[in-house]
Design a protein around this ligand. Sequence first.
Ligand code: NAP
Length: 325
Amino acid sequence: MQYTTLGRTELRVSVAGLGCGGFSRLGLNTGGTEASAIAIIHAALDLGVNLIDTAAPYATEGVVGKALKHVPRDKVVIATKSSVIRGGERYSPERVVASLDNSLRELGVDCIDVFQLHAVAPSGYDYVRDTIVPALLKEQARGKFRFLGITETSPNDLEHQTLLRAVSDGMWDVVMVAFHMMSQNTREKVFPATLQHRVGTLLMFAVRSIFARSDRVAETMKQLAASGQVPQWLADTPEPLGFLVHPGGASSLTDAAYRYVRHEPGVDVVLFGTGDQAHLRSNIESILKPPLPDADRAKLAELFSHLRGVGLVAPPRAASKGAKS
Ligand SMILES: NC(=O)c1ccc[n+]([C@@H]2O[C@H](COP(=O)([O-])OP(=O)(O)OC[C@H]3O[C@@H](n4cnc5c(N)ncnc54)[C@H](OP(=O)(O)O)[C@@H]3O)[C@@H](O)[C@H]2O)c1
């Protein structure tokens, strides 16, 4: 494993972080059991992963707590989240503090390393900053969490407005941001600001669902070619990103997706979610490999840098069964 420093938190974290939400939820969304989810967490720890990201809405904090019961507290960096606005309903500060307290109970710890406010849309940002954060800072002073974080709601914030405001507001030590091969504007919009302010970054959506299966890429290319957003040849081939897979290049679509994001200046931790032990190993291997060749990166920029909103939401069949990603 390789380790880096999570912005100004100075926490030493693995460059690969285990995400406990997404479409898999440690496999709990895809037929896994609590025991298999715990085994995924233990396998990740054995491979050197020391950052685990969960959230109250994922309903995986309890499993994380059980998996970490006998793990020395200083061996793992725990990040979790509370919802703040859901279905148009604004949570009161008391409700968010209650969520924090419940997270501490579920995780079985006295202190959370990074407590994040989940999926904050630009329209809710002022409310969160002015009403929720003051209450949370009191809880932070009581020792319930070490660092405050915020995550964006990517499909509803294609220009990263929430995080751009958050980074310059100064109270957020960590942000969770989306970035992938067809969602590239994070490079110009967000990373220069997080680097300038030394805000730590947790990267989501490297694979999401689009880069988990090549038929989803093919389907997406057909739609984009029909609206003139990508060249027709990308719609006419069953493997539109096949050009990335070659000796000296990526070994697979998912390998390409992880390596694309991992080496971007400004990316601290690449989150990956899985319920599959083989995927866990190959994802960590990919995150530890060198960058994609320059020519392949240039081609991805030429073909896709103008796209917005691609590959951020789930196709209906991949959507989560209950818990939110
Ligand atoms: N706004 C937010 O705060 C927010 C939103 C979304 C996600 N997140 C965080 O980010 C983490 C990552 O979420 P994500 O949405 O980016 O997606 P993800 O959880 O990384 O999902 C990847 C998908 O691809 C599959 N997969 C993983 N490795 C694979 C491989 N090697 N080959 C083929 N398929 C593979 C997984 O299923 P298998 O089980 O089959 O491997 C899963 O369905 C989440 O767990 C969560 O911690 C945060």
